[in-house]
Design a protein around this ligand. Sequence first.
Ligand code: HEC
Ligand code: HEC
Ligand code: HEC
Ligand code: HEC
Length: 107
Amino acid sequence: MKRFIAVLLVAGFMAAGALVATAADKGQETVQYETKMGTVTFQHQAHQGRVADCTTCHHKGVETGKCNTCHGVDAAAPTQKDAFHKLCKDCHKDKGGPTGCKDCHKK
Ligand code: HEC
Ligand code: HEC
Ligand code: HEC
Ligand code: HEC
């Protein structure tokens, strides 16, 4: 089966700070997911200003690490596709973010 690789892009000006992960680590500015439907660009830090609490997306704060250490691996966890679609689209329906496939998946 095909596996999709999450490409984590750290903007150049973030690179120095990203070398050391601390409790105050805000994570990547932008995260890109390459899918067969096209690339999804997630503005991680912009979302931190829109979403009150990190745990809306990170189960137990941020110490859980990369989502695909469990999603798509652990039988108890839904696939990353299903988990992300639910997480991202439910909020977007509520708060007015993109919900059309091509709004997120760009060729
Ligand atoms: C809010 C943004 C968003 C919207 C809207 C969205 N997706 Fe996704 N989609 C994602 C993200 C993020 C992933 C996870 C990519 C990964 O796991 O690497 C994903 C994963 C997928 C995958 C699995 C990866 C692959 O290459 O097969 C498919 C298929 C997919 N989406 C199809 C759709 C379709 C069809 C729609 C419209 C009905 C849609 N998506 C709408 C963000 C979105
Ligand atoms: C809207 C959802 C969302 C919110 C809110 C959010 N994050 Fe994230 N964060 C993500 C996603 C998605 C990733 C990428 C994880 C992946 O692809 O495995 C990520 C990645 C990270 C990473 C890097 C994790 C790693 O090991 O690569 C850190 C650190 C992080 N976030 C910190 C935070 C902090 C701190 C907050 C609150 C100020 C926050 N995040 C709020 C969704 C979110
Ligand atoms: C240590 C393992 C682990 C990690 C890491 C992890 N998850 Fe999960 N996740 C699970 C398990 C297990 C479930 C199913 C049980 C539950 O809902 O708690 C789940 C459920 C979810 C759900 C609910 C899906 C639904 O259909 O209700 C979302 C959304 C989600 N995870 C998002 C994320 C995101 C985003 C990340 C990365 C920032 C992440 N998870 C990292 C294990 C993990
Ligand atoms: C708890 C709410 C919430 C969650 C969860 C969330 N978003 Fe959003 N997102 C928003 C809002 C609100 C906007 C619209 C902001 C605006 O128009 O000013 C948005 C806008 C966007 C945009 C349009 C570009 C931009 O950043 O302005 C993309 C792409 C996007 N989100 C992707 C995602 C993906 C992928 C996920 C899941 C990993 C996700 N979002 C999870 C609230 C959320």
